[in-house]
Write a protein that binds this ligand. Structure first.
Ligand code: ADP
Length: 246
């Protein structure tokens, strides 16, 4: 589903991704962990081209892009990538002037060209899946953070993505609201959705991940099953990180 080869990303002088190689299979849940500033979010954002890598290759489904300094990406290539990915942001990014159901409809109508009736039907289905059918007509400010994030997930799912990307989806939430969002994510994982998740929730990683990816200083240090990374690692950097966070 996703194959990343020798990927580099710089911000000015700062090299943030230093030759990433990674394969994530269809239907799997991959969880990226690692210290703050190690490049986790940047890697995730490269997958839907919110950041454009300086070098390397990303294959996403049927689309492959070879990045280079000079090349300018074609709009159709960018659209091809974006169509396949849904993104869930740390800060939800809902439109404040639209209700929950309107937020979930928006992309379907504007990007996919669905009729309002069709989009509403799909939006309500997705809201039901995240347990918010009864809140469909409420505005974001009338919803808790956990509910807003569940709307964010419903919105991403309504676009029928092949891959769902999560950028620290529970970091902005009060602790008592984290569980309801992780539960929705776990359900999606169980249903076989392909997911790439940047998170600090180690229990979730242990519980839901098929693949744990440990990044440090712009590189993938180690990948493996939760058991391999959390219980059996011999890597000094992984151990040092796990000792701090567990
Ligand atoms: P992580 O998600 O692991 O905390 P990030 O990918 O957010 O790491 O950031 C990696 C490094 O890149 C950090 O040093 C951060 O300050 C820097 N960085 C991220 N985004 C930008 C940007 N748009 N411009 C400049 N520097 C950035």
């Amino acid at each position: 589903m996703i194959r990343i080869s020798n990927l580099y990303k710089r911000f000015g002088e700062l090299e943030v991704l230093k030759g990433i190689d990674l394969t994530i299979e269809k239907g799997k849940t991959a969880v990226i962990i690692g210290p703050s500033g190690s490049g986790k979010t940047t890697l995730l954002r490269c997958l839907n081209l919110l950041e454009v890598p300086n070098a390397g290759t990303i294959q996403l489904g049927t689309e492959t892009i070879q990045f280079s300094e000079k090349q300018k990406l074609k709009t159709s290539t960018v659209a091809g990538f974006r169509k396949q990915t849904g993104m869930v942001f740390q800060s939800y990014n809902l439109f404040p002037h639209l209700t929950a159901v309107q937020n979930v409809m928006e992309g379907q109508v504007v990007v996919k060209g669905l009729s309002k009736d069709e989009a509403r039907k799909k939006a309500l289905l997705q809201l039901e899946k995240v347990g918010l059918l009864d809140r469909a007509d409420m505005y974001p400010h009338q919803l808790s953070g956990g509910q807003q994030q569940r709307v964010g997930i419903a919105r991403a799912m309504a676009m029928d993505p092949d891959v769902l990307l999560f950028d620290e989806p529970t970091s902005a939430l009060d602790p008592e609201l984290v569980g309801e969002v992780l539960k929705v994510m776990k359900d999606l994982s169980n249903e076989g959705m392909t997911m790439v998740i940047v998170t600090h929730e180690m229990h979730f990683a242990r519980d839901a991940a098929d693949l744990v990816i440990f990044m440090d200083n712009g590189a993938v240090v180690e990948t493996g099953s939760p058991q391999e990374v959390f219980d059996q690692t011999k890597n000094a950097r992984t151990l040092q990180f796990l000792n701090k966070v567990q």
